[in-house]
Design a protein around this ligand. Structure first.
Ligand SMILES: CC(C)(COP(=O)(O)OP(=O)(O)OC[C@H]1O[C@@H](n2cnc3c(N)ncnc32)[C@H](O)[C@@H]1OP(=O)(O)O)[C@@H](O)C(=O)NCCC(=O)NCCS
Length: 153
């Protein structure tokens, strides 16, 4: 992210959704719709956050945390802001909130071609636990990853 400014991380609100949807649509072949994000904003076990720079949404993460298991449902950073630490900040926030809610494991799935995302998750200590063949609409495989989050790294 902009090296002169640290992005602020705060809960996502409905007012963020125009900006969130622009990032979502330019990041994924089958993007989430507004209703998905609205659900995350209101669902009791969902904790969506945005990263904001100069009042502008630069990225977001959707976390679900229920009993001992947390899941990353969606994460993206605007293309022009990638590689500047925003993804890591969003994941750090999700990990902190999941721990606070009592989760012991964080799980996620990622496209096999998602090198940046896989790099980010590996850097955070996630390990591959399996492959789901032909999982995505394009028949691409999903890589399943997990991290024990009971204790801080
Ligand atoms: C994945 C994504 C959120 C990462 O966000 P980001 O802000 O660019 O990531 P950061 O700058 O915080 O990078 C953190 C770490 O991730 C890894 N990483 C980031 N980009 C990478 C790349 N292109 N290749 C390999 N590793 C990468 C590195 O370990 C990096 O740490 P370092 O900078 O100290 O080397 C972003 O690339 C994105 O939005 N991608 C499209 C959407 C997507 O694939 N979402 C994941 C769905 S599961």
């Amino acid at each position: 992210m902009n090296s002169s400014q640290t992005p602020g991380i705060r809960p996502m609100t409905a007012a963020d959704l125009d900006a969130v949807l622009l990032i979502e649509q330019s990041s994924f072949p089958l993007p989430w719709k507004r209703e998905h994000f609205l659900h995350e904003i209101t669902a009791p076990h969902s904790f969506p956050f945005v990263a904001e720079i100069d009042g502008k949404v630069a990225g977001y993460v959707c976390l679900m945390s229920l009993f001992e298991e947390a899941q990353i449902l969606d994460i993206a950073v605007a293309a022009e802001q990638r590689g500047r630490g925003g993804g890591r900040l969003l994941m750090d926030k999700a990990l902190a909130v999941a721990r606070e809610k009592g989760a012991e494991v964080m799980a996620l799935e990622v496209r096999e071609s998602g090198a940046a995302a896989i790099g980010l998750y590996r850097a955070l200590g996630f390990r591959q636990t399996g492959i789901r063949a032909n999982y995505y609409e394009s028949r691409e495989n999903a890589v399943l990853m997990e991290k024990n989050i009971k204790e801080k790294p």
